[in-house]
Design a protein around this ligand. Structure first.
Ligand code: NAP
Length: 255
């Protein structure tokens, strides 16, 4: 209970970079990593969007945090964000690929642009950040990469062919990267959240939310912290013998 207030030191001396850290799940991940002792680099498409997360981390009175702007689907911006991280802290130990977006619609009428936007924001971004961070991690001979997928990447979902494909792609990418990087002492795992209360899901009609709640074994929608707590576990030595895994964190939605 006490570590909910002051945090633990399990991530002390670690530098963590979190994409999509301006709100929702990414914000909770950044705050929990900071609460557990990490120096956190928070990233979003604009610095202004990161002020709320910055204030929360500063309120913990622990390690400093760094703000970086990057459109996650643009290689040069991703490389700049990683370079600023290394210039400031000299290392990157934990990468959380969390940024994501949706453009839902039936595939027969899905604009090509909606396919491209979702695939590049959700999947190409994971390749770009992993590539940029794996180089310093290889030099350090240690590292930990956590990719935020979705249960939809396991089950598919009508109206989300683009999103589901991107999230399934993250799972295949995670397993491939885990195999490639294990000999360098870099672990790569994924989390597949179920239905979490964030801006991404807030527009779903109340009756649909009720329907989803009825399908969740634990009987409630998820909170961003439910995902962040599992990220802390995967980022810590408590999971040191795990790589290439997909942890489903959905309250028992997909059983
Ligand atoms: P959210 O509230 O909409 O937040 C999305 C985050 O991604 C924001 O910080 C946003 O930052 C960032 N982002 C989006 N496009 C970006 C871009 N091109 N460049 C840089 N940053 C970008 O969503 P969330 O619900 O927290 O979702 C976080 C992750 O969890 C996503 O990958 C999502 O697919 C996944 N997930 C969510 C749920 C759920 O139920 N909520 C379930 C399964 C998986 P700015 O707009 O400030 O740039």
């Amino acid at each position: 209970m006490l570590n909910q207030v002051i945090g633990s030191d399990i991530l002390k001396d670690k530098v963590a970079l979190v994409t999509g850290a301006s709100r929702g799940i990414g914000q909770a991940i950044a705050v929990e990593l900071a609460r557990n002792g990490a120096k956190v680099v928070i990233s979003a498409s604009s610095i202004d969007n990161l002020r709320e997360t910055e204030a929360e981390i500063k309120g913990l009175k622990r390690e400093p945090c760094l703000l970086t702007q990057a459109n996650v689907s643009i290689g040069d911006e991703v490389n700049d964000a990683v370079k600023i991280t290394l210039d400031t802290f000299g290392q990157v130990d934990i990468l959380v690929n969390n940024a994501g977006t949706t453009r839902d619609g039936l595939l027969a009428v899905m604009p090509e642009n909606d396919w491209d936007t979702v695939l590049s924001t959700n999947l190409k971004s994971v390749f770009l950040f992993t590539k940029a961070c794996s180089k310093p991690m290889v030099r350090q001979r240690k590292g930990c990469i956590i990719n935020i997928s979705s249960v939809v990447g396991l089950t598919g979902n009508a109206g989300q062919a683009n999103y589901a494909a991107s999230k399934a792609g993250i799972i295949a990418f995670t397993k491939s990267a885990a195999k490639e990087l294990a000999k360098r002492n870099i672990r790569v795992n994924a989390i597949a959240p179920g239905f979490i209360k964030t801006r991404m899901t807030q527009n779903l009609a109340p009756e649909l939310q009720e329907k989803v709640r009825g399908q969740i074994a634990l009987g409630r929608l998820g909170e961003p912290k439910d995902i962040a707590d599992v990220v802390v576990f995967l980022a810590s030595d408590a999971s040191k013998y795990m790589t290439g895994q997909v942890l489903v964190v959905d309250g028992g939605l997909v059983l």
